[in-house]
Design a protein around this ligand. Structure first.
Ligand SMILES: Cc1cc2nc3c(=O)[nH]c(=O)nc-3n(C[C@H](O)[C@H](O)[C@H](O)COP(=O)(O)OP(=O)(O)OC[C@H]3O[C@@H](n4cnc5c(N)ncnc54)[C@H](O)[C@@H]3O)c2cc1C
Length: 414
């Protein structure tokens, strides 16, 4: 039975909606999650969870079970076909987590959904938000259900509804940016891979970029730029890609494609994350290239920080301005992620031969500079953006919700 009223209406049960719902359910905050889909997407998509995201997910008890379902890597290596250019070693990171956790998005979503159910929460599926308007006490959202249309009143409406967010549109928030020229092909494949299963490899070549990352079931995730990516890549498509861009000295043999997709990358950031009762998180607020695997990570951190703010506001009667604090810290975090993803994409897609030579030379020089490599590891892991994940301390008279705190081992080392 779908209630008519709630404190927090979460539109979208992707990874961000699920993370926020877990946080609110655990703190006993009245909320409702709706999703247009009858069932979760159950596709691989985002395959990496970074160290900072893990420490944030610890707060909702999801870090350990995710680690149990994934494989942990400590190396990220940039190569130009056979030549190693730059390696990043995540074991030099501060304590807490020193790892790249490889786990398909479908596993992450299933885990968050089952934890929510175990805590007594639920997702109302097959329910689409079709219109939303602010009213005096919050917002009224019109939803389409299998039984017809109806309205839900909410004090706050959270847009976890992805890149084409209805909540963002209803709030009149601009989503400035553009689409990249390239499209990306993604595939999970079974293959003999000469570089083994202990690193994420980013291979540059004149033909373009290819990323190869091991997955927990022994398969590999392939991500590659292509001018005209096939909608469902075949074994022959991926074999051709690896022959043209992978190591020359030890070719790979692709046996099976277990999942494949393509997407055109946008590079966009919402003008603000909050307007009146409407708040944005995840892809509704920021989208960018998959280079560096940051998208879902930044979104899940948004969700946990937003959850902290909503718990304090709804349960502890903290002022509504906490939502502005949330927006003020998370938007700059996304801007940094957009810059990082854009630099990595730009560097990886250089076409001119002299520029490629220069880029490779520079990367090999940087490979000899430990401070640079540490900085890159901090940025990729998200640790360099930890300060954007803590709501500002309020006056000593203001109450703060005790439900989620960074554990001592997860507290920033600097
Ligand atoms: C093919 C593909 C590959 C990707 N690969 C990577 C990768 O390698 N690394 C990476 O970091 N990221 C990757 N991404 C991006 C990553 O999947 C997203 O960043 C992540 O899913 C964002 O989570 P979200 O919860 O913000 O939104 P979404 O996952 O988009 O979830 C939004 C949810 O809202 C629901 N919804 C939408 N509108 C409404 C409505 N009006 N009413 C009700 N429900 C609604 C949708 O049904 C959906 O379930 C990939 C995406 C795709 C499509």
């Amino acid at each position: 039975m779908l209630p008519n009223q709630t404190d927090v209406l979460i539109v979208g049960a992707g990874p961000t909606g699920l993370a926020l719902a877990n946080r609110l359910q655990q703190a006993n905050v009245d909320h409702l999650v709706i999703d247009a889909l009858e069932a979760g997407l159950n596709t691989s998509r985002a395959a990496v969870i970074h160290a900072h995201t893990l420490e944030m997910l610890e707060g909702i008890g999801a870090a350990a079970p995710l680690r149990a379902r994934g494989i942990e890597l400590s190396h990220f290596v940039i190569r130009d076909r056979d030549r190693r250019l730059l390696g990043v070693d995540f074991s030099i990171l501060p304590p807490a987590y020193r790892t790249l956790l490889m786990v398909p998005q479908s596993t992450t979503e299933a885990l968050l959904e089952s934890r929510l159910a175990a805590e007594g929460g639920r997702i109302h599926r097959g329910i689409s938000a079709v219109r939303a308007e602010a009213d005096g006490a919050g917002a009224v959202v019109r939803v389409r259900t299998p039984q017809g249309e109806r309205e839900i009143k909410a004090r706050y409406v959270v847009g976890g509804d992805g890149m084409r967010s209805l909540v963002r549109e209803a709030a009149g928030i601009a989503f400035d940016g553009a689409a990249y020229g390239e499209s990306f092909v993604l595939a999970d494949v079974r293959m003999d891979w000469p570089l083994g299963a202990s690193e994420v490899s980013i291979l540059f070549s004149p033909a373009g970029l290819v990323v190869v990352a091991p997955l927990p079931d022994g398969s590999f995730r392939i991500v590659a730029t292509l001018d005209d990516a096939p909608e469902t890549p075949s074994v022959a498509d991926i074999q051709k890609l690896l022959d043209a861009r992978g190591p020359r000295s030890a070719p790979s043999t692709v046996q099976e494609v277990t999942w494949g997709s393509r997407f055109r990358v946008h590079h966009r950031l919402a003008k603000t994350y909050r307007r009146g009762p409407f708040v944005l998180m995840g892809d509704a607020a920021h989208v960018h290239s998959p280079a560096g695997g940051q998208g879902m990570n930044a979104g899940m951190v948004d969700a946990i920080v937003l959850g902290d703010a909503l718990v304090e506001m709804v349960r502890e009667r903290a002022p509504d301005s906490l939502l502005d604090d949330y927006a003020a810290i998370r938007r700059p975090a996304a801007r940094e992620v957009l810059v990082l993803a854009s630099r990595l994409t730009g560097m990886a897609t250089v076409r001119s031969a002299p520029l490629r030579l220069l880029r490779n030379l520079l990367l090999r020089l940087l490979d000899r500079l430990p401070p640079f490599k540490r900085k890159l590891a901090m940025s990729l892991s998200g640790y360099s953006r930890r300060h954007y994940a803590r709501l500002p301390d309020r006056s000593p008279l203001a109450t703060r919700a005790p439900a989620r705190r960074l554990s001592p081992k997860a507290r920033p080392a600097v």
